[in-house]
Ligand binder design. Sequence first.
Ligand code: 5GP
Length: 119
Amino acid sequence: MEYAYDDQNIFAKILRGEIPNKTVYENDYALAFEDIAPQAPVHVLVIPKGAYVSLDHFARDASAEEHHGFMQAVAEVCRIMDVEAGFRSIANTRVHGVQDVPHYHMHIIGGRQLGRMLQ
Ligand code: 5GP
């Protein structure tokens, strides 16, 4: 599969500092920030700093360092946001997954009972 990255997407602009964000955590490989339209008391987006359009793109092409850095950011977000009671991680992908922003992002959602996965 071909993955075409559009560097004008909103998260690319956030990474370049062209659009502000409320940063929760950052390392060399990933940035975590609050979702602008939170669906729950905790709603953080974790994105890689590399140009990956989706989870499957990142899974296929990211280096071991990028994978590790991304997951370290996920761990830090869970610690900082104190989601001991649980949370949901979501990576909406392309058309069937209703992905709005074509830069891979993992939603970390929690802070309340979320119900079953799909209605
Ligand atoms: P998707 O539907 O692609 O999985 O989710 C995209 C998410 O990005 C949505 O939850 C939306 O609220 C969030 N979002 C869109 N634009 C911005 C923005 O400019 N700043 C932040 N912090 N979040 C955004």
